[in-house]
Design a protein around this ligand. Structure first.
Ligand code: NAD
Length: 338
């Protein structure tokens, strides 16, 4: 039976890489009932709103979305698309896998899944300026909120992810030596949950600064990594850099009521409309979506096909060192699926 899924082509290179990804999914025999909806600038042009209600309603109905990159309108009173989605669907987990694919990079053996808490920490939006004398912005204060509930659900998610994907270890990253309460609570919850999974998934912990150094020196030490919002934001980009940047980096945003899959990169305005964008990150995001639907064999087939084309280096896009167009790269992957 076809799975209903909201499809948001997005802006810039979004429509091209979305078309490519849909073609690859169909060639692999995946059956989705696509509900195409607008968001980003495409939606501003039509509805004067970058995240129209009808798009939100579609995701409420399907609980599943594949999303191209969205241009963030600069200026104006527009609501932020990511904030609207995160709030509406309580998307508490941001999952970013990173694996060495292109040979000859800085590291050949990175295979890390970073799980970032997406709703709390320093992103809770509790901040203000403090006026002193004539200066209304003499100081600024921000409150980090860490709850037992929020920590439990994200750390549990990381351990369950590890179990479901045959991974061996979860590293909890924190700053509990200095932030004794916010960091301390996150760490404490990590140790409690680790006991439930003892014998099935190993537990490990790191202070975030040491983690940053060890990731750069010996990334192969790490498997699944779970951390709070701001540390996750920074470490996830660091980890993408270890495997050659954003061109092949997918992300999943998961909550109790919806799961939204996307490429980590943006709309690439410099190459939009030229037909040369690399669809790889969105194809990987689609593979995460298939795994979310428990279709692991098909996800593996698509990944294997794409990676064999990438390793061969004959029909790859410019950012991967080749000269192929989006369509030629896509056709090569489809030919490999046959
Ligand atoms: P970007 O990721 O769009 O581009 C950075 C560089 O990487 C550019 O040189 C671009 O050509 C290249 N690049 C990115 N994706 C590529 C691909 N698939 N194939 C080949 N090359 C690729 O970042 P930016 O320029 O900072 O942002 C552009 C717009 O995208 C902004 O409006 C920003 O707000 C938006 N954005 C959206 C998302 C999202 O919707 N998830 C994420 C990041 C940025």
């Amino acid at each position: 039976m076809a799975v209903p899924c909201t499809l948001i082509p997005g802006d810039g290179i979004g429509p091209d890489i979305t078309d490519a990804t849909v073609r690859i999914l169909e060639a692999a025999g995946a059956t989705f009932e696509w509900d195409r909806r607008l968001a980003g600038m495409a939606a501003v042009d039509k509805f004067d709103d970058p995240m129209p209600d009808e798009t939100i309603e579609s995701i409420k109905r399907t609980g599943l979305a594949l999303k191209g990159p969205l241009e963030t309108p600069v200026g104006g009173g527009y609501r932020s698309v990511n904030v609207a989605l995160r709030r509406t669907f309580d998307l508490y987990a941001n999952v970013r896998p990173a694996r060495s694919v292109v040979p000859g990079g800085r590291f050949d053996n990175v295979d890390i899944v970073l799980v970032r808490e997406n709703t709390e920490g320093l992103y809770s939006g509790v901040e203000h300026f403090i006026a002193i004398g004539a200066d209304p912005r003499a100081a600024a204060e921000s409150t980090a909120v860490v709850t037992r509930y929020g920590s439990e659900r994200i750390i549990r998610y990381a351990f369950e992810y590890a179990l479901a994907h045959g991974r061996k270890k979860v590293t909890v990253v924190h700053k509990a030596n200095i932030l004794k309460m916010t960091g301390g609570l996150f760490r404490e919850v990590g140790m409690e949950i680790a006991k439930e999974f003892a014998g099935r998934v190993d537990y490990d912990e790191r202070i975030v600064d040491a983690m940053a150094m060890q990731l750069v020196i010996k990334p192969e030490m790490f498997d699944v990594v779970v951390t709070t919002n701001l540390f996750g934001d920074i470490l996830s980009d660091l980890i993408s850099g270890l495997v050659g940047g954003l061109g092949l980096a997918p992300g999943a945003n998961l909550g109790a009521n919806a799961a939204i899959f996307e490429a980590v990169h943006g709309t690439a305005p410099d190459i939009a409309g030229k037909g040369v964008a690399n669809p790889g990150a969105l194809v990987y995001a689609a593979c995460l979506m298939l795994e979310h639907l428990d279709d692991h064999p098909r996800a593996r087939r698509i990944r294997d096909a794409m990676e064999s084309v990438i390793r061969e280096r004959k029909t790859v896009t410019r950012d991967l060192g080749g000269t192929a167009t989006t369509a030629q790269f896509t056709d090569a992957i489809i030919a490999r699926l046959a």
